[in-house]
Ligand binder design. Structure first.
Ligand code: ADP
Ligand code: MG
Length: 264
C-alpha cells in the first residue's frame, strides 16, 4: 500500500468534498464512542456508512413528499375504519405496502358519495407509499386535465405524459368533475392509455361507472377507458353516509343530550 499521510484536521473539508453531510456532522461523536468502547475499525466505518445512507433515504422521502401535492394531515392513523365496515383495514394496509400492485401498474378505484372519505383514504395511501420509498403525485382531476390540455396546445402532450412516468402512482381526485369537453377529456383518455399496465392510477369518483359517460365525450371512449382502468384494479365501493355529516350529527346529539341533562 502506498504511503498516505493522515491529517484529521482536513477531515471536515474532505467529507464536505465527498458530500457526506451526515458523517460530517456525526463522526466526532461516533469516533469518541468507538474510542471509548474499543470498536474495531470496520465497525466504526460501517456505523458511519449506515448513518449516511439512512439520512439520504430520509431526505429523498422529504423531497418526494414535497413534490407530491398531497393534502396535509390525511393519514391512515387518522382514518376511522369503523366508519366504513365494507372496507378491510388489512386490505388497505397491504396496498400501503405497495410492492405488488405498483410493480405491475395496477389501479385502485374509490367510489362513494361526497364526504365518505375517498380523498382522505387516497391521500393517506399516497403518503404511506411515499414513506415506503415510492413516488406519488396527487391532483384534482380538473387541474391535471387543464395542465395536460395546455401541454397539448403546446404540442407537448406526449412529453408531459412521459414526464408523469416518474411517479409510481398518480392520484386523480374527483374524476367525475371533469367538464364534458371533447378535447379536455381525450387528454385524460390518453393518460389512461399511456399508463395502462405500466404505471398505476388511483381514481376517486362520486359515481361508479354507470355515470361515466358524463366524464368522457363519447360512449366508445368511455368503454375503452373503463376497460383499461378495471383490467388490473382493486375497487372500493364506499357506500356510507358523509363522514362530515355524521360527525356533525354526533356532535349535535351530544350537545343536545348535555343541555337536556342540564335542564332536567
Ligand atoms: P370525499 O373525498 O369522499 O368527498 P373526504 O375524504 O374529503 O370525502 O372526507 C370528508 C372529511 O371527512 C375530510 O375532512 C376527511 O378527513 C373526513 N373523513 C372522512 N371519512 C373519514 C374517516 N373514516 N375517518 C376520519 N376522517 C374521515
Ligand atoms: Mg374528495
Amino acid at each position: 500500500m502506498s504511503k498516505i499521510t493522515v491529517d484529521t484536521a482536513r477531515l471536515p473539508l474532505l467529507l464536505n468534498e465527498l458530500r457526506l453531510p451526515a458523517i460530517s456532522r456525526l463522526w466526532q461523536d461516533i469516533a469518541a464512542r468507538a474510542d471509548k468502547e474499543g470498536w474495531p475499525a470496520a465497525r466504526f466505518l460501517s456505523a458511519l456508512a449506515e448513518l449516511e445512507v439512512a439520512e439520504r433515504a430520509r431526505r429523498r422521502i422529504e423531497r418526494h413528499l414535497a413534490e407530491s401535492r398531497l393534502p396535509s394531515g390525511k393519514t391512515l392513523d387518522g382514518f376511522d375504519f369503523n366508519a366504513l365496515p365494507m372496507l378491510s383495514r388489512a386490505h388497505v394496509m397491504a396496498l400501503a405496502a405497495g410492492d405488488t400492485w405498483l410493480a405491475k401498474g395496477a389501479n385502485l378505484l374509490l367510489f362513494g358519495p361526497p364526504g365518505c372519505g375517498k380523498s382522505h383514504i387516497a391521500a393517506a395511501l399516497g403518503r404511506a407509499l411515499i414513506e415506503n420509498g415510492r413516488r406519488v403525485l396527487f391532483m384534482r382531476t380538473t387541474d391535471l386535465v387543464q395542465r395536460l390540455q395546455a401541454e397539448r396546445q403546446a404540442l407537448q402532450l406526449a412529453a408531459a405524459i412521459g414526464k408523469l412516468d416518474r411517479f409510481d402512482l398518480l392520484i386523480l381526485d374527483d374524476i367525475a368533475y371533469v367538464t364534458k369537453d371533447q378535447a379536455e377529456t381525450s387528454v385524460l383518455f390518453e393518460l389512461i392509455a399511456a399508463r395502462y399496465e405500466r404505471r398505476s392510477l388511483m381514481i376517486t369518483a362520486n359515481q361508479p361507472f354507470g355515470d361515466w359517460n358524463k366524464v368522457f365525450p363519447d360512449p366508445a371512449m368511455t368503454v375503452a377507458a373503463i376497460d383499461r382502468l378495471v383490467h388490473h384494479a382493486t375497487i372500493f365501493e364506499m357506500n356510507v353516509e358523509s363522514y362530515r355529516r355524521r360527525t356533525a350529527i354526533a356532535r349535535k346529539t351530544k350537545t343536545d343530550r348535555q343541555s337536556g341533562d342540564g335542564s332536567a
